[in-house]
Ligand binder design. Structure first.
Ligand SMILES: *[C@@H]1O[C@H](CO)[C@@H](O)[C@H](O)[C@H]1NC(C)=O
Ligand SMILES: *[C@@H]1O[C@H](CO)[C@@H](O)[C@H](O)[C@H]1NC(C)=O
Ligand SMILES: *[C@@H]1O[C@H](CO)[C@@H](O)[C@H](O)[C@H]1NC(C)=O
Ligand SMILES: *[C@@H]1O[C@H](CO)[C@@H](O)[C@H](O)[C@H]1NC(C)=O
Ligand SMILES: *[C@@H]1O[C@H](CO)[C@@H](O)[C@H](O)[C@H]1NC(C)=O
Ligand SMILES: *[C@@H]1O[C@H](CO)[C@@H](O)[C@H](O)[C@H]1NC(C)=O
Ligand SMILES: *[C@@H]1O[C@H](CO)[C@@H](O)[C@H](O)[C@H]1NC(C)=O
Ligand SMILES: *[C@@H]1O[C@H](CO)[C@@H](O)[C@H](O)[C@H]1NC(C)=O
Length: 407
């Protein structure tokens, strides 16, 4: 009798532990691969770790170490997630060297060493042989010198971020990116690309899955070439802010219907702003500020639909003409900056339909006439109908008359 109860009890315990612990032990196997553990220990030995962030990297269960993830079934290390943090002077982030022992991690798919403090060492070229990588983030990690060309071997890579402090890294060509056939996200902010010429456009046009392109502060030069055909069927973000591009805005840009965000501010673009921007079906944000010689006739530009556009910053250009009454159709606008242009004539009454505006700046133009009554008395922070969300409002340096002044 007692025996039977004991058996039943043990069975119960067994069932409990099994159902309760099974998912857990499945998620993290008892142990990690011994060879992967050895590789990680060697990698750690190359690092200086003043804050002792890797203090958990000692026992046998390497899958449970800080920043490590393993494959459920095999126990192979699939991810090293060790971003540094923005702490005081970054002094406490890991530095040192990145040892090639990482190459022994045959299943590694995810490597994040961003924001660490590798004091001016070059990016190790062997990272280009980690052929299973899908995610590589080396941004703002203190690397200097040339981006290794063999990164083009990373054909499974979906996301590559090598953004750096301005001009501490450089590349002589971007032809190698054509090898990154799975790439969805490319960020090379601050990398010196002054030597790549205009090839970057055709190189990037070979990436059919690209969704985000971040090439701000890269010293890109020259013009943006004509493309015979477009592969950018998924591109949503194009950030070319703060370069030295001297070019017309290419006609093909407005053909990329998937684009949400375009920023070509602070370059040397010239010629007219294509009217096609106003017909882009998904455009949420267009920033072209500070291009000196970029022109547009307001009457024509704002005849477009601008259906979803919330952010429009065309400040400090050569925009001229009158704001048409169809301007009031841009009802999605939240942030509007047309300051420092040559806009003239009276403000259309329809501007009162732009009820979502929270930032409204038309200063430094040649706008004339009377300030519409509903705008009188609006001051920063004191919004009233019809702009319930308005925070910033600036019509200074125009030729407007205010009722109280005109007597
Ligand atoms: C790991 O196991 C969990 C269940 O415990 C499962 O939800 C998850 O999809 C598995 N992950 C992989 C990569 O197999
Ligand atoms: C790379 O890391 C930085 C800092 O940790 C992060 O802000 C950024 O979003 C990451 N980039 C990508 C593409 O995930
Ligand atoms: C990786 O790239 C380099 C240089 O681009 C090339 O010589 C090498 O053959 C490539 N390796 C593999 C395994 O594809
Ligand atoms: C478009 O992408 C495909 C696949 O990567 C490539 O073979 C083709 O050459 C690309 N077309 C252009 C015009 O770059
Ligand atoms: C862009 O669209 C216009 C009009 O639809 C078309 O004529 C032109 O060939 C397109 N350009 C590219 C590069 O696809
Ligand atoms: C703008 O155009 C003027 C006159 O054509 C030219 O002198 C000037 O260099 C141009 N500025 C830029 C930044 O392209
Ligand atoms: C702007 O375009 C409108 C409509 O096409 C035209 O009537 C007007 O003359 C143009 N303004 C200037 C200054 O060229
Ligand atoms: C835009 O505004 C004009 C003038 O206010 C109006 O006649 C026209 O129907 C509007 N167009 C659209 C597409 O809403």
């Amino acid at each position: 009798m007692e025996n039977i109860t004991l058996v039943a009890f043990l069975l119960l315990v067994f069932c409990f532990t099994n159902t309760y612990y099974a998912p857990n032990s499945y998620a993290q196997p008892v142990d990690c691969l011994a060879s992967d553990r050895e590789a990680l220990i060697d990698f750690k030995d190359g690092l200086d770790d003043p804050a002792n962030q890797l203090s958990s990297w000692i026992d046998r269960k390497c899958c449970q170490w800080h920043g490590i993830r393993c494959d459920n079934r095999t126990g192979a290390v699939v991810a090293i997630d060790l971003p540094g943090s923005y702490n005081r002077y970054g002094l406490l982030n890991p530095s040192g060297v990145v040892r090639p022992s990482l190459m022994k991690l045959k299943s590694l798919r995810h490597l994040d060493l961003s924001l660490n403090s590798f004091n001016g060492i070059p990016i190790p070229a062997f990272l280009g042989s980690l052929e299973n990588l899908q995610y590589l983030n080396l941004s703002y990690a203190g690397f200097r010198g040339k981006i290794p060309r063999n990164f083009g071997n990373l054909s499974h890579l979906k996301s590559l971020d090598i953004s750096s402090e301005v001009l501490s890294l450089h590349a002589e060509t971007l032809k190698w990116v054509t090898g990154l056939v799975s790439l969805e996200h490319l960020a090379l902010r601050g990398v010196d690309l002054s030597m790549v010429g205009t090839d970057w456009v055709s190189a990037i046009n070979t990436l059919p899955s690209l969704v985000e392109l971040h090439l701000s502060d890269c010293s890109l030069q020259g013009h943006i070439p004509i493309l015979p055909s477009l592969n950018f069927t998924s591109l949503a973000v194009m950030d070319l802010r703060s370069n030295d591009i001297v070019s017309k805005i290419p006609d093909w840009l407005v053909n990329i219907t998937s684009l949400h965000h375009i920023d070509i501010s602070h370059n040397h673009m010239y010629g007219s702003i294509p009217l096609g921007f106003g017909e882009m079906p998904n455009l949420l944000s267009l920033k072209l500020l500070d291009n000196e010689n970029l022109t547009a006739n307001c009457s024509q530009l704002f005849r477009g639909r601008w259906e979803k556009t919330q952010v429009l910053n065309l400040a400090a250009n050569q925009i001229y003409g009158k704001l048409p009454s169809s301007f009031g159709n841009l009802t999605s606008l939240v942030h509007l900056d047309l300051s420092d242009n040559h806009i003239e004539g009276e403000l259309p009454v329809s501007i009162g339909k732009l009820c979502n505006l929270n930032f409204f700046r038309l200063s430094h133009n040649k706008i004339t006439g009377r300030l519409p009554e509903y705008l009188e008395g609006i001051d920063n922070g004191h919004s009233r109908k019809p702009f319930p969300y308005l925070k910033t409002f600036d019509l200074s340096f125009n030729q407007l008359r205010v009722k109280s002044q005109s007597g």
